[in-house]
Design a protein around this ligand. Structure first.
Ligand SMILES: C[S@@+](CC[C@H](N)C(=O)[O-])C[C@H]1O[C@@H](n2cnc3c(N)ncnc32)[C@H](O)[C@@H]1O
Length: 304
């Protein structure tokens, strides 16, 4: 197992950038705006001046109450707008929970999946390649794989989020590609696929610590992850290409992730990598090189 640090330093036309971090906050450029959001892991001093932080157009602060927190805006800010990031055109929504529909730390995984799919399609003269994306959220991974030419099944429990992902497909000019959009419980879906004998050449999963299926089914990572991974093993095709497993659960380290990924891929020939996901600061027009840890991943790629 190798453990590389995977830095996302961004692409030249990206309209998202991490400018600075520190004092448990992050300063980001998101489209036309500069925003401050919580970053509990950033227990260090910011690099930029306080005046740079004070100039932010919006600040999200977390409350202890039910609704999570609130935005304070210092100028007129649209709560919904579109931006280009990681070769995708995405709708951003400044939600009441502080989320905005984008996990920028995933962009390096999008590139890795695109490259793997393109290589396999070349080797097989374009034979259909099926990718299952569980807990697909607003569709970044789905759309990256679709751009590379794969057939997708995208599963998420929340209809509103699936609609948002479909909107992103439209914005990224991918709405006519072979993508099935399913509002379903991830565990139930995979167990059903196992009973039906269906299989996939690639599986992506980004489980939450706690989540609910569309009929209120509870997903608790400590109880439901292992059965989910066991069923993923059962539906991973003989000619599988990759498995990408990521999460943001506190206490899950790259080694935890690699051990769990092993449930899916043990005995197969290929390469496993496990590392932290990070976003690199791009403050004051320079690559400062400081990395903001943003979750972990383990991934397996079949031998070519
Ligand atoms: C991408 S995951 C978790 C993201 C990130 N790893 C984190 O912990 O914040 C969040 C997505 O999972 C979906 N989700 C939660 N429980 C689910 C379930 N039981 N079945 C399918 N999707 C679910 C949510 O609707 C949401 O879009």
């Amino acid at each position: 197992m190798t453990t590389p640090i995977q830095a996302n330093v961004g692409k030249p036309n990206d309209e998202y950038a991490l400018l600075d971090t520190g004092r448990m906050k992050k300063l980001e450029t998101v489209g036309a705006y500069t925003l401050v959001r919580p970053a509990p892991q950033a227990v260090w001093e910011p690099s930029l001046d306080e005046t740079d932080w004070r100039r932010a157009d919006g600040v999200y602060t977390r409350d202890t109450g039910e609704d999570g927190g609130r935005w304070t805006f210092h100028k007129k800010v649209l709560r919904e707008f579109d931006l280009i990031y990681g070769n995708l055109n995405l709708r951003i929504k400044l939600t009441n929970f502080g989320h905005m529909g984008l996990f920028p730390e995933q962009a390096a995984n999008w590139d890795w999946m695109r490259a793997a799919i393109r290589r396999r399609l070349e080797q097989t003269n374009g034979r259909n390649l099926y990718v299952l994306n569980l807990f697909g959220y607003t569709g970044g991974s789905t759309l990256a794989c679709s751009q590379a030419g794969a057939h997708l099944v995208h599963v998420d429990a929340a209809k509103g989020v699936v609609d948002w992902a479909r909107k992103n497909a439209q914005l990224s000019a991918l709405e006519d590609r072979p993508i099935r959009w399913l509002v379903d419980d991830a565990l139930k879906f995979v167990q059903r696929e196992e009973r039906r004998g269906n299989s996939y050449q690639a599986i992506i999963l980004d489980p939450p610590t706690f989540g609910r299926g569309p009929k209120g089914e509870v997903f608790k990572i400590e109880d439901d992850l292992v059965p989910l991974l066991q069923s993923c093993r059962a539906i991973l095709a003989k000619d599988a290409l990759f498995v990408l497993y990521s999460c943001h659960t506190p206490g899950f380290t790259p080694i935890t992730m690699a051990n769990q990924l092993d449930i899916v891929v043990s005995g197969r020939r290929g390469k496993v990598e496990a590392a932290e996901m990070v976003v690199a600061e791009r403050g004051a027009g320079k690559e400062s090189g400081r990395l903001l840890p943003s979750g972990v991943y383990a991934r397996w790629l079949a031998d070519a």
